[in-house]
Ligand binder design. Structure first.
Ligand code: EPZ
Length: 421
């Protein structure tokens, strides 16, 4: 089993290039299911979750060719199955993103229920309710969603999401693209990854109004497949935010490149609140050290608010801030798995339901275990700032969403090695 050996305590410096966004690439790969022509995608991150979705598409019969480790070409015209099998779906719950496109193009599909994950039950009731409102019949059988569309396809309607759901919005946007008539989505998620998906669809023959807002109007093509131009995946704002936090926790001056500063307003504002300053250019951000790292209050919410995917990383910084910080997790019911591991490194964190109170102090190295993707990056950060050797285990969680993490950290001067035991 692989683990990361980190010798902490060194200042970092230099530049790190940000990869394409995993959470933008996943819906775009699923979108290829409703494309007439080959879908060419570049700036893909070389991470496990992307490989899992490609494995799923190949299992359905699609042809996926890697032009290089960051570019693929997908031909979905030979899809001969609409059954997304458990053995693949269980590896990544975002596999649910094939539900809308498969149902829209083929009129039927069976998708394994994704199941929960470490951070919560992750229900998909909102996806199901919305598709049913578009005319689908969906039942659960042997752990699979068995979905059928009306014989002449899904119908446009008004969908009012009770809760803001990222993949729920993406699923319905893709289903609505081929539906008969107009679909209006109210209370849509407006993460940059959704805006990117809508822009691709809008340039591929299906008009979408309200892109970037919480109200989307999709003019369905009544079954006519999309004609998609080459797609360049947007930069990963969470990876970018994570490296800004790496600079912050080690109180170093580092520059991140190939990023989009416009996607990081809430993260940058919070780091400024903690005493850091920035030099911001088109696709570069330099973080500058703080005189003292001040405590802060964080409440996670949907975009453009403070992202839940950055909560664990900020908690690690709060562990060494000069005072008491508060972190409130509002999106997921169990996204504090990193707390017990940080506590093993000497962190003073008190939990009361969804609220963590962190009293800053010193962190010390330890053997720790990653539990989920973003929690594992927080443990790596804690290791970077702790004297001595920290071993982070179960780093397959990291490999799901961070490309070449140890290589990028080494290039910043960190003493990190990937070893096997
Ligand atoms: C997406 O997950 C991201 N994943 C997550 O990133 C991210 O944490 C999350 O959005 C929130 O920003 C991808 O984009 C692949 P939601 P998603 O549906 O779509 C509840 C990472 O680290 N809900 O927006 O699954 C749900 O329980 C991952 O890259 C329902 O109740 O999240 C949660 O409380 C982790 N019913 C809230 O809504 C539903 O049908 C937000 O979930 C759907 C969601």
């Amino acid at each position: 089993m692989e683990y990361l050996k980190i010798i902490g305590g060194s200042k970092l410096s230099g530049k790190v290039a940000i990869s394409g966004a995993k959470n933008a690439a996943l819906p775009i790969i699923a979108l290829s299911i409703i494309s007439k022509n080959n879908t060419e995608i570049s700036n893909l991150p070389d991470v496990a979750d992307i490989k899992t979705l490609i494995e799923l598409l190949r299992n359905l019969g699609a042809k996926v060719n890697f032009k290089d480790s960051h570019s693929i070409d997908i031909d979905t015209n030979d899809i001969n199955s609409t059954k997304a099998i458990y053995n693949i779906v269980r590896k990544m719950r975002a596999s649910i993103l094939v539900l809308g496109p498969l149902l829209a193009r083929f009129g039927h599909c069976e998708v394994s229920l994704p199941g929960g994950c470490a951070i919560g039950a992750r229900p998909i009731d909102l996806h199901i309710q919305a598709l049913k409102k578009m005319g689908a019949t969906i039942e659960v059988k042997d752990g699979y969603l068995v979905a059928k569309a009306p014989k002449n396809g899904l119908n446009g309607t008004t969908i009012n999401f009770d809760k803001i759901t990222v993949t729920g919005t993406e699923n319905i946007v893709m289903a609505a693209a081929l539906a008969n008539g107009i679909t209006k989505i109210i209370n849509a998620a407006k993460e940059p990854e959704i805006t990117a998906l809508c822009e691709v669809i809008n340039q591929s023959g299906v008009k979408i109004e309200g892109i970037g807002t919480d109200e989307l109007t999709i003019h369905g093509s009544s079954g006519k497949l999309l004609e998609i131009d080459k797609i360049d995946v947007i930069p990963d704002r969470i990876e970018a935010g994570t490296y800004l936090c790496v600079g912050a926790i080690t109180n170093s001056k580092i520059t991140i490149t190939n990023c989009d500063p416009n996607h990081l307003d809430a993260v940058i504002a919070k780091l400024e609140d903690m005493g850091f300053s920035f030099k911001i250019e088109d696709d570069k951000i330099t973080i500058l050290p703080a005189k003292t790292i001040k405590p802060t209050k964080i409440v996670t919410t949907e975009y453009p608010g403070f992202p839940t995917d950055m909560q664990a990383q900020f908690m690690a910084i709060c562990c060494i801030a000069d005072g008491v910080s508060i972190v409130e997790e509002r999106l997921f019911e169990n996204r504090f798995m990193h707390v017990s591991e940080l506590s093993r490194m000497g962190a003073d964190i008190k939990l009361n339901g969804h609220i963590a109170t962190i009293t800053g102090g010193k962190l010390s190295s330890a053997d720790v275990m990653a539990t989920d993707l973003r929690a594992s990056s927080a443990l790596v950060m804690a290791g970077l700032v702790s004297e001595g050797q920290t071993n982070v285990r179960r780093i397959y969680h990291l490999d799901r969403g961070y490309e070449k993490l140890e290589e990028k950290l080494k290039n910043l001067g960190a003493n990190v090695e990937r070893l096997s035991e």
